[in-house]
Design a protein. Structure first.
Lengths: 435, 435
């Protein structure tokens, strides 16, 4: 079938057969499907949708468009976690060494900052010397040796995703649950994992603003994982406010170290433990939720998780001394404290994650364009949290950037990110479990 | 506004403002809008539609993406005709010299064969030496001198259309009335005409299969012409059967000459006169329909229309002697008669225009791919017509091609193009007038 006839089928609202989706994906990689044809197909998919069977077939074709790692050197059950992206979301940095220390290997391939959300790779690269570009074989040996490795997508994994993902932002075809699902799962399943735990962020600071969309994405990913023989569970977690007290790169590594030393913010640890419990459950480690939680707390309290983080840094070329002296992390040229200007004491009602995330991008922590370089030292920290009381003149947050012009831009974007008044009753960040 | 935000507006079903459509079209020409972005926008337009105001703004932007001829040398009111494409549709070849001879200048820019339909340029180029690639100035001088010229789109006219048109076939975004309208009108209005008469073909052998689609396209074009200050009228004409008795290139020139000599098939002349009457009316020539028809018949009967055809050929470098000796036209290497194989006399109930058109393509008269060369001698002629009686062994049509392999392919495609039995009562080919 000619490519234009395939596109016409989706344009006309018909379901594509697995063989048709495979032909499309293979054509994208071989060049037989031109980029304009791929763009037209993506828009037809956005507007006419893909059902779960089509999404699974698309994911399978994208997964097998390149090399699929087997990680034969790692005999134990391997589990990874993926987050759909939030502000201050350094969970992966804490979770990978934590879960590895608890006995479950975590082979993790991550992404970079996107829009107002941070990227695990950018955060790791704030650690002096840290390499995220390991070859697949190096990656496998490291997981076998220390139980975890954190790298970026290599050229040989899911090349169809790299091409389609590169098209989607420019062609306004990002917001589409089946395409998001296929992109995430094709990359994640290429890592050679046995199961996957998903953190589907929902709220003001997430790509999925509504509970309904988050639920649809979570259900689709869990169902597609099932169809492809990879058990997946999803937690829908609240992302209305930043996670923890920092959003940026070095500032988040610093907070990661605090978490691994037992001094992490409660919201961040709540999400980290909830996802860790799911990962242990997927691997059949532990008796029940309480036991799994105890195992995680135990390796954290004993310092084994921090040891694993040190080993991870060292294995990937970074300076492991940062785990003991965070002042070795890059520092910004300009720092500014943003203070509460009210005349009397007040309670923080809310902190707008989207505003904080966009502020961090303007400070230099993220990218306005794909080609932009990230400033490892830029970001926001010392953030107050909802429910906390502030007195006149108290610090609401601290901004880090290369120069005062960037500080001005970031501060301006912050605008009325902080709301004061009666806070909503504190609710769990874990909204729902799907799996 | 970024291009992806423009695309997102149409993806989300919103109407684009004239300035937004202008920015899109200018970006397509400058390269600021990439081809994948253009393809995604086209698909969003196909699926979410464009209203008449948007279609007019898109047409206007495409028209002004390049040079717009003024034809100042031609002082009289200039009218052109455009057909949406059919099988055996050589109306332009008869009509341009006929209307020019009746006193209305016809500056005509035409296209090539597309799918199963023939193209005016391919037909003209079957005349030995005929050049369709005149420069704009040459085109203008010729219209001023002899009242008509027939050329192809030049590089400087409506460049945005050339780029978008080139994308549409490959991206399954052809079937979209606003895009069809903008493509046709942007090219036609760039010719420097004062008014336009449209022949919207409808039926088995047309791109618009249903009356409703044909009516929507006709109404859209008439309305957009009105909004752009160029009066347009449309005739919806039946295209279930081939027009005349020939489909191809040289075979259609031969039939054109027969028409201009007064011996044209009645169906072809019916459509030609109806469109000619509209063109004269648009130019304010003649009193009423009957008077305009008499004027056209008069220049045909007197030989003035044929003289004008001879002058047209000579002006464009062709051999004008073909008008007197059609045997000077190219002849095919292989000819085959397809005969009625029934055991007893029968009446032809219908001739399938789509089958005949596709047969002509396979014989070599059209293109399977855009890069294919056309065989000027290939085609079908001596076609029987619905309502005619055939005896066993009578010729149903004659096939012309370069070799017997092509004849075989064409004959096979013909299949059951001819149906026999009680014919439907002969109805007018002119189904409706919109304007």
């Amino acid at each position: 079938m000619r490519t234009q006839d395939l596109i016409a089928r989706k344009r006309d609202g018909r379901a594509l057969a697995p063989g048709e989706l495979k032909a499309f994906v293979q054509g994208v990689v071989s060049g037989d499907v031109s980029l304009p044809q791929a763009a037209a197909m993506l828009m037809a998919m956005v507007l006419n949708g893909l059902d779960d069977t089509e999404t699974a077939a698309l994911t399978f074709a994208m997964l097998h468009s390149g090399r699929v790692l087997e990680l034969k050197l790692v005999s134990r059950y391997k589990v990874d976690k993926h987050s759909t992206g939030g502000v201050g979301d350094k969970v992966s940095l804490v979770l990978a060494p934590l879960v590895a220390a608890a006995g479950v290997p975590v082979p993790m391939i991550s992404g970079r900052s996107l829009g107002h959300t941070g990227g695990t790779l950018d955060k790791l690269e704030a650690i002096p010397g840290f390499r995220t570009d390991l070859e697949a074989d190096e990656f496998e040996r490291q997981v076998a040796r220390i139980g975890c490795a954190m790298i970026g997508q290599t050229a040989e994994l899911a090349p169809a995703d790299r091409i389609l993902y590169g098209l989607r932002d420019a062609t306004a075809t990002v917001e589409c649950i089946p395409l998001i699902c296929a992109s995430i799962l094709s990359k994640k399943l290429a890592e050679g994992i046995d199961a996957l735990v998903l953190d589907v962020k929902c709220g003001r600071g997430a790509f999925m603003k509504s509970r309904e969309d988050a639920r649809r994405l979570a259900r689709t990913m869990v169902e597609v994982g099932r169809q492809l023989g990879k058990p997946a569970t999803a937690l829908i977690t609240r992302m209305d406010e930043p996670l923890g007290r920092a959003a940026g790169n070095a500032v988040e590594v610093r907070e990661t170290i605090a978490c691994l030393r037992g001094g992490g913010p409660s919201d961040l640890m709540e999400v980290t433990y909830a996802l860790g419990v799911e990962m242990l459950a997927a691997a059949g480690v532990g008796e029940d939720v309480a036991d799994r939680r105890r195992r995680l707390e135990s390796v954290l309290d004993s310092g084994q998780a921090l040891d694993r983080f040190r080993a991870l840094i060292e294995a990937q070329g970074g300076n492991p001394a940062v785990a003991d002296d965070p002042d070795l992390l890059p520092r910004a040229g300009a720092v500014r404290e943003v203070r509460y200007s009210g005349a009397q004491s007040a309670v923080v009602r809310a902190v707008d994650a989207l505003a904080v995330g966009e502020c961090a991008v303007l400070l230099g922590a993220g990218r306005k364009r794909e080609s932009d370089a990230v400033d490892p030292a830029a970001g926001v920290d010392a953030l107050v949290r909802a429910g906390e009381r502030v007195e006149p003149g108290d610090v609401l947050c601290r901004l880090h950037a290369a120069d005062t012009k960037r500080l001005d831009e970031g501060e301006q974007r912050l605008g009325d990110a902080f709301a004061f008044g009666d806070p909503e009753p504190a609710a769990s960040l874990i909204l729902e479990r799907i799996g």
